[in-house]
Structures are given as structure tokens and as C-alpha cells.
Write a protein that binds this ligand. Structure first.
Ligand code: NI
Length: 163
């Protein structure tokens, strides 16, 4: 199992870098990421959240299959937006409504390094956007207005102190 990095660790603000090739290390790492995500009952996990600055994330959204995204890029977003409550394994216990495009088109490599393009909508599109933000050092709380974010952060610190 990998350790999940939590809010306050400066690595979460860093940009992850492109993966140049798929090897056994990457394959092992992907398995560890899935194990860690399932253990945390998450539906998405980015490599930076376990301390590795590679442009990789995994998802397993209810009623969807496990998916691997390496070097992902969102190439289209819908004009339609949706509000939905998000959480993050790196900010345990905190949830907030975030507005994002409802549907996207994403390009990435799969676990074998094969490029693919896919359309996603609803929860899967949301998770992909949330995880891709992680690769650019952005957390979902960064998408909230200052007042809302400060209130959430106060709650988070209070909870963290209480243990
Ligand atoms: Ni997250």
C-alpha cells in the first residue's frame, strides 16, 4: 500500500511530468495505485497523491470499469456544466460542490502505453477532470471562492487537530 499525501504537503501544488515509457516499474506502480485507491474507498487517484510526480491517474467509478490514464489531455469540453459534490483522498472529510463541464473528450495512453481517445460524461467526466487537475497542482478546493474555501479549511484543521 502507498501512503496518501494530504493537504499541506507542497508536492500537491506541483506539476507532474510526462511519462516517457511504460515498463515493469510503471505496471507495478499502477497496481499499487489501484490497491491504494480501493483501500481509501476512492473513485480516482493521481500519482502525485502518493508522492510521485508522473502524469498518471487511475479511476474506478461505480458502474464503470477500472481505467488508467497516462499523459492525459482533455481535448474538448461541453458548454453544459454541472454542479456536483466532490471530495478528495488528500483532503479527507471535506466535501464541496464544484462546477465543471458535464462532458469531455480525453486523450491518454492506457496501461500498455497505447494511445486512446474517449468521450466521458457525468461522474466519470468529473473524476477525470478532478484527477487531471491534480497533475497540474490544482485541488478541488482551489475551484471554490475564497470565502467557501476558508470555511472548509477551518473545518479541516479543526478535524485534523481533534484527530
Ligand atoms: Ni483528489
Amino acid at each position: 500500500m502507498l501512503n496518501i499525501v494530504t493537504l499541506g504537503d507542497p508536492i500537491l501544488k506541483k506539476h507532474s511530468t510526462l511519462v516517457t515509457s511504460i515498463n515493469e516499474d510503471v505496471e507495478r506502480f499502477l497496481n499499487e495505485m489501484f490497491d491504494t485507491m480501493y483501500m481509501g474507498k476512492g473513485i480516482g487517484l493521481a500519482a502525485v497523491q502518493v508522492g510521485k510526480l508522473d502524469r498518471i491517474f487511475v479511476t474506478h467509478v461505480p458502474r464503470d470499469m477500472p481505467r488508467v490514464f497516462i499523459n492525459p489531455e482533455i481535448v474538448e469540453t461541453s458548454l453544459d456544466e454541472e454542479i456536483y459534490e466532490e471530495g478528495c483522498l488528500s483532503i479527507p472529510g471535506i466535501n464541496a460542490d464544484v462546477i465543471r463541464p458535464y462532458a469531455i473528450k480525453v486523450q491518454a495512453w492506457n496501461e500498455r502505453g497505447k494511445p486512446f481517445t474517449m468521450d466521458a460524461e457525468g461522474l466519470l467526466a468529473r473524476v477525470i477532470q478532478h484527477e487531471l487537475d491534480h497533475l497540474n497542482g490544482i485541488l478541488f478546493i482551489d475551484k471554490l471562492d475564497d470565502k467557501k474555501r476558508n470555511r472548509l479549511l477551518k473545518n479541516y484543521e479543526r478535524k485534523a487537530k481533534a484527530g
